[in-house]
Design a protein around this ligand. Structure first.
Ligand SMILES: [Zn+2]
Length: 337
């Protein structure tokens, strides 16, 4: 006999198809909490999917996607009850995935793809949240009344996760119940923070204090962003403005800069002078790509990929385009170029 959530028509069982590398260990405690997350990636972004999260989490050395369920607003499924956002079933319920640090053991992680600081809910997504919740309660996965947001769990009061009204969302029935925006702000960031299981610079950085991944890297020399250790203390509040790249595009024309960054899309096989500009810029910020030869070969692709891993973890494709350009410009600027 299975679980009732497995009968939801918008559920996709991806336990055997998502990228994995090894296996999460089995929980040694029963699940008491359902913990709600959002992905902090805009919901329409190509990388706002369980598959992209899985790939990114594997790149951090985890066994797979950090959540048991991912709800994907960009994938709408027609059901006999109407449109529903796809629910991706990523791991067996008894697997201790990494999503809420010290509480992973007894918490089920559910992520709604999107950045609900600015994204708005649609009915198909709300209906999927409510139906998944109802099924999990029926299946006795978690206690009846212990839904929590990420930031209601120990140590995470400062986190902007989830920034939607999950209490209204899980009760959603029809348009009239559309949840209002969350108005309570997360707590202020502590000066320092002790790494919990499954934390990442990307996850820690996005918060109301405006502390970026770049700030964390700069404020924590000697800490390897892809090899964070549980129990390691890092500068968090203290990292604010340490690196301070300007997010907006600079107003001056590119010729003005020592390392101009090219427009357009460049990818493996591209051969032109603008590739030289890209190579010079990558080398300048220590994402070494070898000789400046104007050929976008394996070394250049590798450098772009490594750059994306740090600065654009949900858009890792080794292709240089507008988002990579913007980040590269910001990093160059922060280095004083
Ligand atoms: Zn979260």
């Amino acid at each position: 006999m299975g679980y009732s959530f497995e009968n939801l028509p918008q559920l996709q069982d991806a336990r055997k198809s998502l990228p994995i590398k090894g296996e999460y260990t089995k929980r040694t405690r029963a699940i008491t909490h359902r913990v709600w997350h959002h992905s902090l990636t805009k919901k329409d972004l190509a990388g706002s999917t369980a598959e992209a999260f899985a790939r990114y989490h594997i790149s951090l050395g985890w066994p797979g996607c950090g959540y048991t369920f991912v709800i994907e607003p960009k994938h709408v499924v027609e059901t006999k009850n109407g449109k529903r956002a796809r629910i991706v079933y990523c791991h067996d319920i008894d697997r201790r995935t990494y999503h809420v640090g010290d509480s992973n053991q007894f918490s089920l992680g559910i992520c709604v793809a999107g950045d609900y600081r600015t994204d708005k809910f649609d009915e198909a997504t709300l209906a999927s949240i409510a139906e998944l919740h109802a099924a999990l309660v029926k299946d006795k996965i978690g206690n009846v009344d212990t839904d929590k947001s990420h930031r209601e769990m120990p140590g995470y009061a400062w986190k902007e996760c989830c920034m939607f009204d999950y209490k209204a969302a899980i009760k959603y029935k029809q348009k009239a119940d559309m949840p209002a925006a969350v108005t309570t702000k997360p707590a202020q960031c502590p000066d320092t923070y002790v790494i919990q299981e499954g934390d990442t610079f990307w996850g820690i950085a996005h918060n109301n204090e405006g502390i970026t991944v770049e700030d964390l890297i700069a404020a924590n020399p000697g800490v390897e962003p892809t090899k964070l250790k549980v129990g390691q203390r890092i500068n968090l509040g203290k990292a604010k403005n340490v690196y301070t790249p300007m997010p907006e595009e600079p107003k001056k024309p590119q010729e003005y800069y020592r390392f101009p960054v090219p427009d357009g899309i460049l990818k493996q096989g591209s051969k032109r002078d603008t590739v030289k500009q890209l190579q010079r810029a990558l080398n300048a910020v220590y994402f070494k790509c070898g000789d400046v030869d104007g050929i976008y070969g394996a070394k250049t692709k590798d450098a772009v990929t490594r750059f994306q891993l740090v600065y654009l973890p949900y858009e890792i494709d080794g292709v240089y385009g507008p988002n990579t350009r913007k980040k590269l410009q910001a990093v160059l600027k922060s280095k004083g170029y």
